[in-house]
Design a protein around this ligand. Structure first.
Ligand code: 26V
Length: 754
């Protein structure tokens, strides 16, 4: 195999590997992988899945594809023999900027598992030129620049397939780009991404600003363009319609080519709607079926049988509602259909709260999904329960049979095999390689919890990973961290419900304690990775406060040896792959009931970190599996939180006034020292938000958080063997959180593929 790889690479480089430059070798590797993945395509016979999503956070693909194709080691050795380093070549690969957070990364994990399980399932999305944005910190604040990731050699290949999409009275040509998705010793599926040839990166001005009205030129420049103005909101509708209309045409074409007569569409296709961004696929498919001779009533039934909907959030502000007038402007062809669907929905119930078009003329995308798909799922047991009990209770009463839970999962190929080779090898030596395709086999590690030699070995791997992270941070950001310290990591999108501000208050508290001579039992390095939406002011204030505090702590010789705060720039999949294997304590501290699932929590657990978390999202299921003695749980329960919201009597100021520790921590945000290094206006806004509102109830959980985190520090410092035992139990119990399990459940209950 190695010899064959060498010959093929030489041919593709046009010269011996050793004489080619790194770019040439990288391009040759890309071609080689593409050739090999094409040989693993399989004909589709029965039903095929189309996973439509505004985001696919796939991460770099070279190593992932080499692993999945089973040629990683051979390729690395072959390159090494010719004086090339695979990890250096990987540096040349830009990370595709096609997503934002958990929802997009989940879509990428699902594509991996579909191909690995040999199921026919493609993704449908958009080919954003600059994705979300690239983040850097200047003067202690987040700065956004375009993340230009598209290069000449890209995984996504241009095709000749073009679909017409009419929007706002103009017809655009949506061109298909295709990116191969390899399975681990499995088949190859495709990620289909649409784009317009006319999109012009030259339109981008200062930062990430651009003319929001020039649709032809701006349509796929960015993911989630700023929607604080009407033009931005209208642009989002344009983007969504491009995706679903081109996607629906592709689906109908592919099905017709396999013999579908459109009346039997659901025998050929299953469509999963990932949150509400692709919801217009429902009326669009109805419209296209009518064009192909299917009557409206039948089209509605066909579409309902074909489509299923996943809900990823219970935050009201994230459930999309579009003013009728916007839809009228962009997609007038859909409005009569949406209105007929509204009439149909209203005929099924007296309950006006489930209507699609409300009395204010807002079109509720999630309502359309629930009425006109056959399956509605939440993404963790608690989340699905909350949907049924409160958020979507009216719909649950109407369609109990549609509701089901599919607890999220992650692909172990990327989040163990690729990002943590040392741990992977150790596990393989102890229990064999069966866990790679059957994650449940990780439980075979459990007997080792009584084996001190094994526990020390696993601890040593963690220690090496921490040193590697420290080296990387020094090179990348010029910060020196102490690898002997405990590494606590909170990496995820910046949002108030995720409560990075609670972590901030703890760090201030710890700063005061150290100043008072109460040093922690072990030094703490607190690491953050997070992007804030550019228009989300308080989120940016939280970043600013953390960056400012990090300077205060570092400048003080009394605190610097005990406490370090590091905010990693531009958190993305590539950065996550460096952080996660080096983590001791995984911070999953959202306000209970607000985090639908979380998937970072699963990645940290799998890599031998212990969770410090609330009983929220999938944390609940992690706790069930590892046992309460192997996880650090704190804070209000989701019932208590929901109750408090119902009462509507939460008053942050009362908590602030009643508790001197809380007051001391909150007030330090605007202390002289902080204001001297930071921006008073921003710090004051955050202070006032916490005292005057604190919508995500940070203060009531403060003391419990301090106690639990300090307990973790003490356990880590005083009983390292006990700590390692807990870590190993977490690894052993992580099997359930493989996305292979999740996908098998979707297939069993919803898709019935193949
Ligand atoms: C909504 C919106 C609303 C308008 C502004 C831009 C924007 C961007 C994304 C979204 C969708 C948010 C939904 C989401 O990402 N949910 C996350 O899904 C993960 C996978 O299921 C889950 O683990 C996380 O808990 C959940 O927050």
């Amino acid at each position: 195999m190695k010899q064959w790889i060498g010959e093929r690479l030489t041919a593709l480089c046009g010269c011996p590997i050793g004489e080619a430059d790194d770019r040439q070798v990288y391009a040759a590797l890309l071609k080689l992988v593409r050739e090999l993945s094409e040989t693993k395509q399989q004909p589709v016979t029965g039903r095929k899945l189309y996973y439509i999503s505004a985001e696919f956070l796939v991460g770099k693909l070279l190593s992932n594809n080499l692993i999945n194709l089973g040629i990683y080691d051979e390729t690395r050795q072959c390159l090494e023999e010719n004086g090339k380093s695979l990890s250096e070549l990987e540096e040349l690969e830009p990370e595709p900027s096609l997503g934002n957070g958990g929802l997009g990364r989940l879509a990428a994990c699902f594509l991996d598992s579909l191909a690995t399980l040999n199921l026919p399932g493609d993704g449908i999305g958009l080919r954003y030129h600059c994705g979300l944005f690239r983040q850097d910190f200047r003067g202690g604040v987040q700065n956004e620049t375009p993340d230009r990731w598209l290069t000449d050699d890209s995984w996504a290949q241009c095709t000749e397939t073009v679909y017409p999409v009419t929007m706002g009275g103009k017809t655009y040509a949506a061109r298909l780009y295709r990116l191969p998705v390899t399975g681990y010793h499995g088949r190859t599926n495709w990620l289909n991404l649409f784009d317009l040839d006319t999109v012009n990166e030259g339109l981008i001005g200062e930062g990430i600003s651009f003319d929001q009205t020039k649709i032809e030129e701006n349509l796929t420049l960015f993911l989630y363009p700023d929607d604080s103005q009407e033009a931005g909101r209208v642009l989002r509708i344009y983007q969504q319609y491009l995706m679903v209309s081109a996607g629906a045409q592709l689906i109908l074409d592919e099905c017709a080519a396999r013999g579908c007569n459109f009346h039997d569409l659901d025998k050929y296709a299953a469509i999963q709607i990932n949150d509400t961004h692709p919801s217009m696929v429902i009326p669009e498919l109805i419209r296209l079926l009518e064009q192909r001779g299917v009557e409206f009533d039948e089209a509605v039934q066909i579409v309902t049988r074909t489509c299923a909907y996943t809900n990823h959030t219970i935050l009201a502000e994230a459930l999309e509602k579009w003013p009728r007038a916007y839809l009228e402007q962009v997609v007038p062809q859909l409005l009569p259909i949406i209105e007929e669907l509204d009439t149909l929905a209203r005929s099924r119930t007296e309950d006006a709260s489930t209507a699609i078009v409300d009395e204010k003329g807002l079109v509720h995308m999630a309502h359309m999904d629930i009425h006109f798909t056959h399956s509605v799922n939440g993404v963790a047991a608690l989340h699905t329960q909350i949907l049924k009990d409160s958020e979507l209770a009216n719909f649950y009463a109407l369609y109990p049979e549609k509701f089901n839970n599919k607890t999220n999962g992650i692909t172990f190929r990327r989040w163990l095999l690729e990002c943590n080779p040392a741990l992977t090898q150790e596990i393989a030596q102890r229990i064999g390689t069966g866990f790679e395709q059957d994650a449940g086999q990780l439980e075979r590690l459990l007997p080792l919890t009584e084996d001190e030699e094994a526990l020390r070995r696993f601890a040593a791997i963690k220690a090496e990973n921490k040193v590697r992270l420290a080296d990387w941070l020094r090179q990348k950001q010029g910060v020196q961290i102490n690898p002997q310290a405990m590494f606590a990591i909170q990496s995820k999108r910046l949002h108030e419900y995720k409560r990075q501000q609670l972590n901030l208050l703890y760090l201030i508290h710890q700063y005061f304690e150290i100043k008072a001579g109460h040093t922690p039992p072990v030094p703490l390095v607190s690491i953050f990775g997070a992007k804030a939406a550019p228009a989300y002011t308080i989120a940016k204030d939280i970043i600013h406060a953390l960056l400012t505090l990090s300077q205060v702590v570092a400048n003080d010789p009394e605190t610097a040896p005990w406490l370090q705060i590091v905010f990693v720039e531009n958190y993305n999949v590539t950065v996550a792959e460096k952080l996660i294997p080096a983590c001791d304590l995984s911070e999953q501290i959202s306000l209970a009931s607000k985090e639908a699932s979380g998937t970072g929590n699963m990645k940290f657990m799998l890599n031998g970190a212990l969770t410090l978390g609330t009983m929220d999202g999938a944390n609940v299921e992690i706790a069930q599996r590892v046992g309460m003695e192997n996880i650090y749980i704190f804070g209000q329960s989701s019932e208590q939180v929901i109750h408090r919201y119902r009462q509507g009597d939460y008053c942050a100021r009362q908590w602030y006034e009643a508790d001197p520790n809380i007051r001391r921590a909150v007030d330090f945000i605007t202390d002289e020292q902080m204001c001297a290094l930071g921006h008073e206006e921003s710090l004051k806004r955050l202070h006032d938000e916490l005292v005057g509102k604190d919508w995500f109830q940070t203060l009531p959980d403060f003391n419990a958080y301090v106690v639990r985190k300090n307990q973790a520090l003490a356990d880590y410092a005083c009983d390292s063997l006990g700590w390692s035992r807990k870590c190993l139990i977490n690894i052993a119990k992580a099997g359930y959180f493989s996305s292979d399990r999740t996908i098998a459940e979707y297939n069993r209950d919803i898709w019935h593929l193949g």
